[in-house]
Ligand binder design. Structure first.
Ligand SMILES: C[S@@+](CC[C@H](N)C(=O)[O-])C[C@H]1O[C@@H](n2cnc3c(N)ncnc32)[C@H](O)[C@@H]1O
Length: 245
């Protein structure tokens, strides 16, 4: 299956290192799995500006600081840059997402659902829109956007980093992307806890030894120890996660 991910942005170049590095880069270059091949395509919103200065923004009605991205430019970018260029019959073939502070706050559960049901599904291709300036004209958002996601309660200067964070955390859950050896199931948040501490060589680092239990080879005892450690780590670092346990 081929899954296309379209990014509407003023700064496509920000995604270059993302696509070049690591597991996510490999996945979104379509090189990580035979069962799902991602294609990441970029639409530079500026290419759809109708004016000779190629501006995409204008001052807000009602006054106020900053500039707002124009609804007509965004619509052109979506319809011409994605729907027509991608050969889609209608916008219904696309799941359009805007990264924005108002959105549902991203977490591991949303990343998993997004990875499995949106990135991993063969129904709709995905469009992710990165805003800039003070954001996008509300009329475009209300008509063309299906989902809004925020990566936290703070304001970025643009949506590109938010989109990369969302895609990076979600692609790990797409079947076939991590593979058997690297399961997401042992990672932090999967069972509501922080992961247990990890150790590798050397066995003695500046007088600190690796816990003996990890060297003894008793699989069941190691698992019990790791579970206890998870509880302790969570209590120490993220006690808020234990509140409802
Ligand atoms: C300077 S921000 C605009 C903030 C907007 N005026 C507000 O107060 O909500 C520019 C762009 O960055 C992105 N952005 C900012 N903070 C974000 C967050 N926490 N999560 C996701 N995207 C964010 C959005 O795409 C937004 O359009």
């Amino acid at each position: 299956m081929i899954k296309r991910i379209w990014i509407l942005t003023l700064f496509p170049e920000m995604f270059k290192p993302f696509l070049e590095c690591g597991i996510a880069g490999q996945a979104f270059r379509g090189e990580r799995s035979d069962s799902i091949k991602f294609e990441m395509l970029f639409v530079n919103i500026r290419d759809y500006s109708q004016n000779k200065y190629k501006s995409v923004d204008d001052s807000p009605f009602g006054g106020g600081p900053g500039m707002v991205m124009r609804a007509d430019v965004l619509k052109e970018a979506l319809v011409k840059g994605v729907q027509e260029a991608g050969g889609y019959d209608s916008l219904d073939n696309l799941h359009v997402i805007y990264a924005a502070p108002r959105g549902k706050v991203w977490n591991n559960k949303i990343a998993r659902e997004f990875g499995i049901n949106i990135l991993g599904s063969n129904e709709q291709d995905v469009v992710l829109i990165a805003g800039r300036y003070e954001g996008i004209d509300e009329r475009f958002l209300s008509k063309y956007v299906d989902d809004f996601f925020s990566i936290g309660d703070y304001v970025l200067t643009g949506g590109e980093i938010a989109i990369m964070a969302m895609l990076d955390s979600a692609v790990r859950f797409v079947p076939g992307i991590l593979g058997n050896k690297l399961s997401a199931a042992d990672d932090s948040f999967e069972d509501g806890l922080i992961e247990s501490p990890q150790y590798t060589k050397p066995r003695d680092f500046e007088g600190m030894e690796v816990p003996q239990i990890l060297l003894d080879g008793h699989h069941k005892k190691i698992q019990e120890w790791q579970h206890q450690q998870k509880l302790m780590m969570t209590q120490k670092w993220r006690p808020d996660l234990l509140i409802f346990k």
